[in-house]
Design a protein around this ligand. Structure first.
Ligand code: DX5
Ligand code: ZN
Length: 216
């Protein structure tokens, strides 16, 4: 399967989100990655369902929403109503992860689980068969433009092994510090989805940057 590029809107110009969304709409990226931060789970605040609803009108691309919030189970319906296709919650934010995953799927979305850099892949052993995506954080969540943590390569291989052992079907997404220098190596290690913020939006030609990552 060819890998998927998911540009992260976090690095776009928030004063001109429509232009950023239209840019992705005309690019080779099938997904748009939307980072929701609450200032509690992570030390930053970004945007929520009203902004997602507003940009939904400007593209049909898949909305891949990454919740970096506490108590994400409270907002599942709000994100669905805003136009979310895929909803990812952090394992570190969910006491009853299985229940939350089932609620996301019942609401009609694909369910993802994100792991912080220090969280072992083994913690997914008893949920891997129930989820559609694992997001491996390759930076500490909260900000765009941080440096990639190389231990992520080892985690991708461990996750690939777990998926195969369990006969599971979920995608492996890598989020943080992804760019032209490591995209091919990430795909080579088994990544299915590459999130890219800084390496797309902080370049002179974001559409060309997306095309470059797509060809990696
Ligand atoms: C970080 C977010 C990322 C971020 C990635 O907490 O989850 O999606 O936008 O940004 P870059 O690609 O700049 O590291
Ligand atoms: Zn993200």
């Amino acid at each position: 399967m060819p890998h998927i590029i998911a540009p992260s809107l976090l690095s776009a110009d928030f004063a001109n989100l429509q232009a950023a969304v239209e840019l992705v709409d005309h690019s080779a990226a099938p997904w748009l990655h939307l980072d929701v931060m609450d200032g509690v789970f992570v030390p930053n605040i970004s945007f929520g369902p009203p902004v997602i609803k507003a940009i939904r009108k400007h593209t049909k691309k898949v909305f891949d929403v990454h919740l970096m919030i506490v108590e994400p189970q409270k907002y599942i319906e709000d994100f669905r109503a805003a136009g979310t296709d895929r909803l990812t919650v952090h394992i570190e934010a969910c006491t009853h992860l299985h229940r939350t995953v089932q609620a996301i799927k019942k609401a009609g979305m694909r369910a993802g689980v994100a792991l912080n850099p220090h969280t072992p892949v083994g913690t997914l052993e008893d949920i891997i068969g129930d989820i559609d995506l694992v997001c491996l954080m390759s930076v500490n969540p909260g900000f765009g433009g941080q440096s990639f943590i190389p231990n992520t390569y080892r985690k991708i291989m461990a996750l690939r092994e777990l998926i195969s052992t369990r006969g599971a079907h979920c995608l492996i997404e890598i989020d943080g510090g992804v760019g032209p220098d490591n995209a091919a190596e990430l795909v080579g290690h088994g990544a299915d989805v590459l999130v890219a913020g800084n390496s797309v939006f902080n370049t002179a030609d974001p559409v060309a940057a997306i095309a470059g990552l797509n060809a990696a």
